[in-house]
Design a protein around this ligand. Structure first.
Ligand code: OAD
Length: 250
């Protein structure tokens, strides 16, 4: 399936591409999404029991163990052609800002630089008392492990429902959405705000907004272009169609 011609044209003409990714771009790496029927995490688990400050207060061990399970899953996953295609696109476009809702670190492992992580990163922890970021902690029988600095329980460095997003990341993302001339919404159900508002900021500023997702979402109707299919196939196709000389070097 070839890329929509208007999308190829927009990629070639863009001076600043803003990319927003969601769990769908990691699906082909074997990392579960949240809202896909049956396989999504929120189809199997109750977010209120696992992904809220209240859940952690009520049962820190359960929450820590669930995120440890996800961290193990993510550590065994590999970036897929969709992640790598974004690295290739970034090398052929004057400016590309990559914003992700994902906490799996797969964009960085694929080689993307300066990734804006709106919802944190599951590979990091933070002190539940003072929010200090902890990137390594001693394996102990205690779960959650104690903060190496003050002994308070560690928690995952991810945004839970009801929590504010990291201000620096959100400001960087909003500024990019206001400046970009092409906004790609990839692998996200476009349901969770404020992340889902960024595409609308771009639309209001007159940017071309393209949705690349397995199925339609609430963004589809407003998007300039909607291209539905697996990101691991569509993104490499888009790169080949936009930069054929580089995709097939002589
Ligand atoms: P969702 O699970 O809500 O949506 C994933 C989207 O990806 C769906 O629209 C799928 O159709 C699509 N999809 C699935 N497989 C795909 C594939 N191979 N290629 C392309 N698209 C595919 O995940 P998010 O939109 O990322 O919040 O969810 C947003 C936030 O809600 C997450 O960041 C998380 C969750 O609660 C926090 O962690 C705070």
């Amino acid at each position: 399936m070839n890329s929509p011609p208007e999308l190829v044209e927009a990629v070639r003409a863009a001076s600043h591409v803003v990319v927003m990714t969601g769990a769908g771009i990691s699906a082909e790496s074997g990392v579960p999404t949240f809202r896909d029927a049956q396989t999504g995490l929120w189809a199997q688990y109750d977010p209120e029991e696992l992904a809220t400050p209240g859940a952690f207060r009520r049962n820190p061990r359960l929450v820590w163990d669930w995120y440890s399970w996800r961290r193990e899953l993510v550590s065994q996953a590999e970036p897929n052609p969709g992640h790598f295609a974004l690295v290739q696109l970034a090398a052929h476009i004057p400016q590309l800002t990559l914003i992700t809702q994902n906490v799996d670190g797969l964009h960085q492992r694929a080689g993307s630089q300066n990734v804006i992580e709106l919802h944190g990163n599951i590979l990091r922890a933070k002190c539940s008392a003072d929010g200090r970021i902890i990137t390594a902690w001693p394996e102990t029988s205690e779960t959650p492990p104690p903060c190496p600095e003050c002994g308070a329980p560690l928690r995952p460095d991810v945004v839970w429902f009801g929590e504010a997003l990291p201000m620096l990341a959100l400001n960087q993302a909003a500024r990019a959405a206001e400046q970009g001339d092409l906004f790609l919404s990839i692998g996200t159900s476009a349901l969770v705000h404020p992340a889902a508002s960024l595409a609308h900021i771009a639309l209001q500023r007159g940017a071309v907004v393209a949705e690349i997702n397995l199925e339609p979402t609430p963004l589809t109707a407003a998007a300039t272009i909607a291209w539905h299919g697996p990101a691991g196939q569509l993104l490499p196709q888009l790169f080949r169609d936009a930069f054929p000389a580089d995709a097939f070097p002589e």
